[in-house]
Design a protein around this ligand. Structure first.
Ligand code: HEC
Length: 102
């Protein structure tokens, strides 16, 4: 019994760590938002699905804070009109998929 409890606690702790630093965002919603409002322009610049913009060697975003700032700026620039929760979903998606900040 004690063992099971330890396992549960450990698992919960690990899940929390994995979801950080944008744990409140939902990556699935984020992907939908990015596919709709952001892909075409990045794809024109980098080809394919445009995701190279996030994985190129000299990418600009180096911290979770910069990611949040960049998403907020692109949201404003492109007139996507996202709510702060939407930005959080997008942060979570881009982080889970590409940036992998812990
Ligand atoms: C009109 C074109 C355009 C649209 C639309 C656009 N972006 Fe961008 N985005 C850019 C350009 C250009 C850069 C590269 C800037 C640089 O290299 O300094 C960029 C860079 C980024 C980066 C940083 C990549 C790195 O270097 O790490 C992120 C994150 C990003 N965009 C997110 C978004 C999101 C989210 C949206 C949707 C709201 C979006 N962009 C829509 C043009 C666009």
């Amino acid at each position: 019994m004690k063992r099971t409890l330890t396992a549960v606690v450990l698992l919960t702790a690990m899940t929390t760590v994995n979801a950080a630093p944008f744990e409140k965002g939902d990556p699935k919603i984020g992907k939908t938002l990015v596919d709709k409002s952001c892909l075409s322009c990045h794809a024109q610049m980098f080809g394919g699905d445009g995701s190279k913009i996030y994985t190129r060697a000299d990418r600009k975003v180096k911290t979770p804070q910069q990611l949040a700032a960049r998403v907020a700026a692109c949201n404003a620039n492109t007139g996507a009109n996202w709510f702060p929760e939407d930005e959080m979903h997008v942060d979570a998606y881009l982080n889970q998929q590409y940036y992998k900040f812990k």
